[in-house]
Design a protein around this ligand. Structure first.
Ligand SMILES: [Zn+2]
Length: 277
C-alpha cells in the first residue's frame, strides 16, 4: 500500500490547468490513494469560494475513489467560520485541512488561523500547511511552528519542509527536532519538492537521519512521502511520477537498508496520522 500525502487538481491555477482526470492519470496505478485538495480555492484565475471549491472536491472524490479530500481553508477571505464547520459536519470524508499562508499572503502567526485550528482540534483533523522559505514572512516554518505551539495537540504538517534551499531545509529540520525535544507542538513534514522530485535525495536523507536519531528516539513517523503532483514539471506525467517514486524507493532503501522505514514513509505514517484504516 502506498499513499501520496500531497496532491492537487484545479483549473486555471497559477501552476497550470489541472483537471481531476489529469491527477488520476498521473498517479495511475503507482499509488493506492492520494490526499488531494482543490487549487480552485487556493490560487486560480477563477478563484472559487471556500464552500464551492470544497463541494467540488467532494464531488470529485466521490467519482475518483483514489482521492482522499482535504478541505481548503480560505482563512483571510472567508468571513464566516460556520462554512468550514458545515463542511466538516456534513462531509466527514474530509480527512484534514489545507492551508496556504503564501497564497493568502497571511502570516501563519495571524490570529485569524485560530478558529480553523480550533475546528481541527474539535473534529480531530490534521492540518497541511504549505511551508515556504525560512525567511518568508507568510509561510516560514518558523512562523508555522509559532502557531503550532498554540495548538500542541493538533498535528500540523510542514508541506515541503520549506521550499528550500538547503539552508531552509536545515532550519526546518531544527524546528522539527526542537518541537520533538520540547514537546511543544505536533509537527510533521512531507517530502514533496525537497530534492525537486529527482536526483540524489540528499536533503530527504539528512531529514531521515536526524529524525531517526533524536535524543527521544526514532521520530521518522513524522515524515510523509508526497509528490505535490501535478505541480512541477517533474510531476506532470505518469512516467515521470513513477520514475520519481521508484527513485525514492531505491535511494532510501539503499541508503538505510531498512524496508520497514520505507513502508513507514510511503504508507504507515500517513495511515496512522489520518486514521486511514
Ligand atoms: Zn499543496
Amino acid at each position: 500500500m502506498i499513499i501520496d500525502s500531497h496532491t492537487h487538481y484545479g483549473r486555471f491555477s497559477q501552476w497550470g490547468d489541472f483537471s481531476p482526470e489529469f491527477i488520476i492519470d498521473i498517479i495511475g496505478d503507482c499509488v493506492d490513494y492520494a490526499i488531494c485538495s482543490n487549487l480552485e480555492g487556493i490560487d486560480s484565475l477563477y478563484l472559487k469560494s471556500e464552500l464551492d471549491c470544497n463541494l467540488d472536491m467532494i464531488r470529485v472524490a466521490k467519482k475518483y475513489k483514489k482521492l482522499l479530500p482535504l478541505a481548503v481553508c480560505q482563512v483571510d477571505k472567508s468571513l464566516d467560520i460556520h462554512v468550514m464547520r458545515h463542511l466538516l459536519t456534513e462531509y466527514p470524508q474530509f480527512i484534514g485541512l489545507k492551508f496556504h499562508p503564501e497564497c493568502e499572503k497571511l502570516p501563519a502567526t495571524s490570529p485569524k488561523y485560530d478558529k480553523y485550528l480550533e475546528l481541527a482540534r474539535e473534529f480531530k483533523k490534521p492540518c497541511l500547511f504549505h511551508s515556504g522559505h525560512i525567511k518568508s514572512r507568510f509561510s516560514s516554518p518558523a512562523l508555522i511552528y509559532e502557531k503550532a505551539k498554540q495548538f500542541p495537540d493538533v498535528p500540523i504538517i510542514l508541506g515541503h519542509l520549506s521550499t528550500g534551499p538547503r539552508e531552509s531545509h536545515k532550519e526546518a529540520i531544527k524546528i522539527l527536532l526542537n518541537s520533538i525535544r520540547t514537546e511543544s507542538a505536533t509537527l510533521y513534514c512531507d517530502t514533496s519538492w525537497i530534492d525537486f522530485g529527482t536526483g540524489n535525495l540528499e536533503d530527504v536523507i539528512l531529514l531521515i537521519k536526524k529524525l531517526k536519531n533524536t535524543p527521544k528516539g526514532d521520530y521518522t513517523n513524522r515524515i510523509l512521502w508526497a509528490s505535490d503532483a501535478p505541480i512541477g514539471d517533474f510531476n506532470q506525467s505518469n512516467a515521470l511520477y513513477r520514475k520519481n517514486l521508484d527513485n525514492f524507493r531505491v535511494k532510501i532503501s539503499s541508503y538505510f537498508n531498512d524496508e520497514e522505514l520505507l513502508k513507514k514513509l510511503l504508507y504507515f505514517n500517513v495511515r496512522d496520522l489520518y486514521g486511514l484504516y
